[in-house]
Each structure stands twice: as C-alpha cells, then as structure tokens.
Design a protein around this ligand. Structure first.
Ligand code: UDX
Length: 437
C-alpha cells in the first residue's frame, strides 16, 4: 500500500510513521524545506515519546520518506491523507486555505485514481469543498480522472500519540463509495489484530464526530471545574465527588479531573469552531459557550487564589511555576494556562521563576526574557513567595519537600492539578491550596 500524508505537523507525522510501522510505504509531504531536511536526518520537530525511534526505524527500512513535493509522489500513491493545519480565523471559524490548497494541487497534478482523506479537524461540509476544488482543477485541465474523498478524523492525544494511534478505541471513517471503503478497510486491517473497530459512516457524520467528541470532553472538564469551585464554597472535596460520580458506568472515570483549565491545540479550537458552525447554521450552542467561558475563568484561578492569599498585594513577589506546557509529556504551549498566569503575574508586578521539563525553548519563543528560566525544578523555587503547580509532570509528583522548604522564602503552594496530599504538606509546615477542596 502506497500512501502520502500531506502536512508533517503533529497528526501528519504520527499518522505517517505509524502507517509505515505496519508495513505501508509512506511519503510524508511538507512545504517547509528545513523541516523535511531535518526529518530526513531523523530530527523530530516535536516532543512525543517513542516517535523519534519509530521515525528512524522506518526511514532506515525505506518505508518512510520525506519530501517537499506532493506532485512527485502523486503517481506512486493510492491514498493521500490531508493533515495540514486548520488554524482558527479571528471569528473562531477554521481556516481551510491549506486544506483547499492541497486539494487544488492534487486536482492539477493527478494522473490516476486517488482517494483523498481529510485527517485535519475540519468543519462539516469540508469534504464537499475538497471534492469541488479537485473537480475544478481537473476541469481546467480538461481531464476526467476518477477520485474519491473521505473523512478520517484523528483522536490521538499529545504525549500518548503512538499508543493512541496503534491501539485506538475506534477509528471513524466517513466514505461515499465502496471503493473508498475497501481501501480504508485494507489500510486499517493491520490494526484489527488489536480488536478495535473501524466505524464507517457518511462523511458529514464523520466530520461532526470529531468536534462532538472534543466538545464533550471539554464540557466534562469545564463542568468538573464548576463543581470544584462550588465544592470549595460549600466545604465539599471534589476528589471525593469525582470518585463518587465516576464509578457510575454511565459517567465513567476519565476526563473528570478539575484543574487550572484545559489548553492545547484541539479543545479550545474545536469548541470555538463548533460554536461558529452552529451560528452559520442559525443555531446557538449554548452549553459550549459556557464551557468556553468557564475555561477562560479557570485559567487564572491560581492567580486569583494567590492574590487573595497575599491580600491583593503581589508587587515585587517572586513566584515559582512548575510546568509551562498545556499538559505533561509535551512541549506544546498552545492555549496553555501557564501563558495566562505569566501575563497576570507580570501585570501584578511579580518576578517569575519557571521550570518545565520539555517546554523551556517554546516558552522562550513565546514570552522571551520576561521571566527567569530555571535550571531545574528546585532552582525555580529560590526565594519564592509561592509555588504554582501548573502542569502535572511525573517528576513533580514526589519532590524533596525538605529542600523545597529551605529554598523557598515562604512555604506556600498552589496546586493547579491536585497532585499533592494537603494533610501531608500541612504537617510539613506548608500552606497548601488546591482546586475544589
Ligand atoms: C485532545 C483529545 O483528547 C484527543 O482525542 C484529540 O485528538 C485532540 O485533543 P490533547 O489536546 O492532546 O487531546 O490532550 P488531552 O490529554 O485530551 O488534554 C487536553 C487538556 O485537558 C489538557 O490541558 C489537560 O490538562 C486538560 N484535562 C484533561 C483536564 O483539565 N482534566 C481532565 O480530566 C483531562
């Protein structure tokens, strides 16, 4: 099976590499020359556990190729996956220009049947636009070459992407022809060994599934953040409530963790895009609008707690931050709560000492030298008036409390991910605040 993946961002690179791992011959295409040259040498532009080894192994086996030219590989492949970015426009809608550029290139260069599969998260109706763009280009050339479009949304999580791709709960595929269904069945057959299901459906439903899934997960988080905030006011413990409700199989245990807000490339963008799609269709997604509002407020909850603790006087305080990435096991800071916290702390006149195991370079790119980049997690605590635990990396879970107490100016901890035992810390002489207790 010969396939091309256009776009070597997060989804594209993981998808291409994992398909190569199953034996497919994969061409990963990107217009960014430097990125492609680096990838050829095995230099991976993102931090994702396990990915580098898998890329190197498959490049060596000559099943994984990197190129800047989609034109050149079109004659060699039967399926083209489109995994290019769909960044949000200012009004929250998804910018489809990259997706449609790919469609036009395919239409203007194809010489034989090709199945064009959208993997980028795209609004309902995009496959139709892709189809129209290909047709238009073929018409310009006076050709009538057969092709199909399909939708195969991706559900992988950053930091766990390889395992999510190789052993997914399900694969959703939207098709409109038997040939496309056959090709996708064949491509995903190696994964059937893991007993998972490929769910075939019509294309608009597949496109909608991705947004509905992410929006549902974001809703759970905002709901739990609201419950957590209320728990604080009524003297309940959200951890108990979470266990209590999560054991109901209709609710389930996952994605019920309150914290300092969700971030990343998907939830914020997809929630906005679904609200926008609804508006364009004369409907209002009332629940999702509140999901967004609750999340925005939650991103500065640690700041508000800190401000309250110091009676509104944060001028000149030194604040340590553990974690900058939007979640552990990634260097991604898109929509990260840490960015909101940094902004608020700076405005309040604080000095910030930050540490993240993977996102230091990314942070430098985003906030420059406005904060101090600590050598390690303990260096971040030097003379600190408080520690904000923002991202729950494993190495932050069992720190040397004795060292911490000696290093900080005031032993005050605000735990934005509820990873510490408050009783233990109080016994050790720390002031401890978390979310929802
Ligand atoms: C998400 C979806 O999980 C994935 O299926 C989709 O393909 C892309 O979007 P990702 O953004 O990589 O994946 O991260 P995820 O692990 O889902 O976490 C998203 C955010 O939610 C993080 O900021 C995380 O801290 C937060 N979160 C998650 C919570 O606050 N509470 C939870 O219980 C779970």
């Amino acid at each position: 099976m010969n396939i091309a993946i256009v776009g070597t961002g997060y989804v594209g690179l993981v998808t291409g590499t994992c398909f190569a791992e199953t034996g497919a011959n994969v061409y990963c295409v990107d217009t960014n020359k430097e990125k492609i040259e680096a990838l050829k040498k095995g230099i991976i532009p993102i931090y994702e556990p396990g990915l580098e080894d898998m890329v190197l192994r498959n490049v060596k086996a000559e099943r994984l190729h990197f190129t800047t030219s989609l034109e050149e590989c079109l004659d060699k492949v039967t399926i083209v996956f489109c995994a290019v970015g769909t960044p949000p426009n200012e009004d929250g809608s998804a910018d489809l220009s990259y997706v449609l550029d790919v469609a036009r290139t395919i239409g203007s260069c194809m010489n034989q049947y090709v199945l064009v599969v959208t993997k980028s998260t795209v609004p309902v109706g995009t496959a139709k636009k892709v189809k129209a763009a290909i047709h238009e280009e073929l018409e310009k050339r006076g050709c009538s070459i057969e092709f199909d479009v399909a939708s195969n949304p991706e559900f992988l999580k950053e930091g766990n992407a390889i395992s999510d791709f190789m052993t997914p709960d399900r694969v959703v595929v939207g098709v409109e022809s038997d040939k496309a269904k056959e090709l996708m069945t064949k491509l995903y057959r190696p994964f059937l060994l893991n007993n998972f299901r490929v769910i075939f459906m019509d294309i608009p439903s597949a496109e909608m599934t991705k947004y509905a899934a992410n929006s549902m997960l974001a809703t759970r988080i905002s709901f739990m953040n609201d419950i957590a905030n209320l728990c604080e006011l009524v003297g309940a413990d959200v951890n108990m409530v979470r266990s209590g409700i999560g054991s109901d199989s209709r609710i389930g245990r996952k994605f019920l963790y309150p914290g300092c807000g969700y971030g990343g490339s998907c939830f914020p963008k997809d929630v906005k895009a679904l609200i926008k799609t609804a508006e364009e269709n004369g409907y209002s997604m009332r629940v999702l609008k509140m999901v967004e509002e609750v999340n925005e407020a939650q991103k500065d909850i640690l700041f508000r707690k800190l401000q309250k603790y110091y009676n509104g006087n944060l001028e000149g305080k030194t604040i340590a931050m553990w974690g900058l990435a939007f979640k552990p096991e990634t260097d991604d800071m898109r929509e990260a709560p840490a960015l909101v916290l940094i902004k608020k702390l700076k405005e309040a006149g604080c000095q910030i000492r930050a540490y993240d195991p993977a996102a230091m370079e990314e942070a430098k790119r985003r906030v420059g030298d406005t904060i101090y980049y600590a050598r390690d997690m303990y260096d971040a605590l030097l003379d600190a008036d408080a520690l904000l635990m923002v991202t729950e990396w494993k190495e932050f879970r069992l720190p040397a409390w004795g060292v911490i107490k000696k290093t900080m100016k005031a032993p005050v901890i605000f735990d934005g991910r509820n990873i510490y035992d408050g009783n233990e810390l109080n016994d050790l002489g720390f002031v401890y605040h978390c979310i929802g207790k």
